[in-house]
Design a protein around this ligand. Structure first.
Ligand code: C5P
Length: 315
C-alpha cells in the first residue's frame, strides 16, 4: 500500500488550561486531594506531529531543550499505554513536539500533550476508542489528562478526573497570562505544603464534599443564563504558594493594578497567574500598556482567548 502524507501524518494542536476554580475539599485514602474545580481551555497551544512508522517504536523529538524525550515524557508514556491497551505491540510512531506552553507552569502543558497523543494515535492507529474510553485510560497517567481530552469548560471532581460538562462560559472573555521563565513549581510540592498548612481545615466526609459539589454546580456564574457574569476565580493553592514564591505575588500585584481586569488568580499549582478581561480587545490593550512593566519584572506575557474545545486534529 502506498501511503500519502494525508493518512500517514497528522498534526494535533494541544491547548493549555487555566483553573477558574480550584477548591481543595479534603484528603483521600489514596493520598490525593479531593478537589472541586472548574477548568478552562485557552488558545495557547503546543503542536504535536504524529507520523506512522512500521518498526513498532515510539520515538519523540522536541524543540525544547528543557524537556526529556525519553520514557518519562508523558507523550511517550501515553503512546505506550495506548499500545498496551490495544494489545498491538506492532504499532509505532515518530512524534515531534513544538513547545509553546511554558513547562512547570500550572497550565497542564504536559497533560494536554498526553491528551493530544491519545486523541491523535487513536485516529492514526485506527483504534476506535470513544472519548469516554480515552478519558478512562488516560486517567492512569495523571489527574488533569481526562479534562484535556475534551477541554472547553468543565467541572472536575475526585482527584480531577471525574468530569461534568457544563455550558462554556462567555467565549468573549480573554486573559493576560504571566509566567517568570526562571521559576517552576512542582505540583506534588504545592499539594504537600497545602496539606501541612491547612489539613486542619479539610472536610472529613463524603456528605460534606457533596454539599460543596452541589454549591459549585449551582454557582450563578456557571449558569448558561449568566454568560456575561465574570467568574469570581478561586484557587486554594494560591494562599500556600504566593507567600513562598515571590514571582507569584509580583504577578498577582501587577495584574491587579490593571484597571480593566475583572479578577486575578494563580493557575493550578502556579507559578503562572492570569487576569480576566471582558473581551480580547480590552486584554490586548492592557497587555500593550503594561508589556514594559511585565518584561522589567522578568515575566513572559501572553494574551489568550478562552476556547470551548480541547485538542484538534489538523489533517
Ligand atoms: O495526578 P498527577 O500525577 O497530575 O498529580 C501530581 C501530584 O499532585 C500527585 O502526585 C499529588 O502529589 C498531587 N495531587 C494531589 N491531589 C490531586 C491531584 C494531584 O495531591 N487531586
Amino acid at each position: 500500500m502506498i501511503y500519502t502524507s494525508s493518512n500517514k501524518t497528522i498534526r494535533v494542536n494541544s491547548p493549555a488550561k487555566i483553573n477558574l476554580h480550584l477548591q481543595i475539599l479534603g484528603i483521600r485514602a489514596d493520598g490525593y486531594h479531593e478537589l472541586a474545580m472548574v477548568m478552562q481551555s485557552i488558545d495557547l497551544s503546543d503542536e504535536i506531529t504524529l507520523t506512522l512508522n512500521n518498526n513498532g517504536i515510539i520515538k519523540l523529538s522536541s524543540d525544547s531543550p528543557n524537556l526529556s524525550d525519553g520514557d518519562d515524557n508523558l507523550i511517550v508514556r501515553s503512546a505506550k499505554l495506548l499500545k498496551h491497551y490495544a494489545k498491538r505491540p506492532d504499532l509505532g510512531v515518530d512524534i515531534s513536539l513544538r513547545k509553546r506552553i511554558p513547562i512547570g507552569a500550572g497550565l497542564a502543558g504536559g497533560s494536554s500533550n498526553a491528551a493530544s497523543t491519545f486523541i491523535g494515535l487513536n485516529n492514526l492507529w485506527k483504534l476506535g476508542y470513544s472519548t469516554n474510553d480515552l478519558e478512562k485510560i488516560s486517567s492512569e497517567l495523571g489527574s488533569d489528562i481526562p479534562f484535556c481530552i475534551s477541554g472547553g469548560t468543565q467541572l472536575c471532581f475526585g482527584r480531577g478526573e471525574l468530569l461534568e460538562q457544563i455550558p462554556s462560559i462567555s467565549n468573549k472573555m480573554s486573559i493576560i497570562l504571566l509566567k517568570d521563565p526562571l521559576v517552576n513549581v512542582s505540583t506534588p510540592w504545592a499539594y504537600k505544603l497545602h496539606k501541612e498548612k491547612f489539613q486542619i481545615e479539610y472536610l472529613s466526609s463524603e456528605e460534606k464534599y457533596e454539599d460543596q459539589r452541589i454549591n459549585l454546580r449551582s454557582a450563578v456564574w456557571l449558569s448558561s443564563n449568566n454568560q456575561e457574569l465574570s467568574p469570581p476565580l478561586r484557587n486554594d493553592l494560591q494562599k500556600t504558594i504566593s507567600p513562598l514564591v515571590p514571582s507569584v505575588e509580583n504577578a498577582l500585584t501587577l495584574l491587579r493594578s490593571i484597571p480593566t481586569s475583572l479578577s486575578v488568580a494563580m493557575s493550578g499549582s502556579g507559578p503562572s497567574c492570569f487576569a480576566l478581561f471582558e473581551d480580547l480587545d480590552t486584554a490586548k490593550n492592557a497587555l500593550h500598556a503594561n508589556s514594559h512593566n511585565f518584561k522589567a519584572a522578568g515575566f513572559e506575557s501572553w494574551c489568550c482567548s478562552l476556547v470551548n474545545k480541547g485538542p484538534c486534529i489538523e489533517k
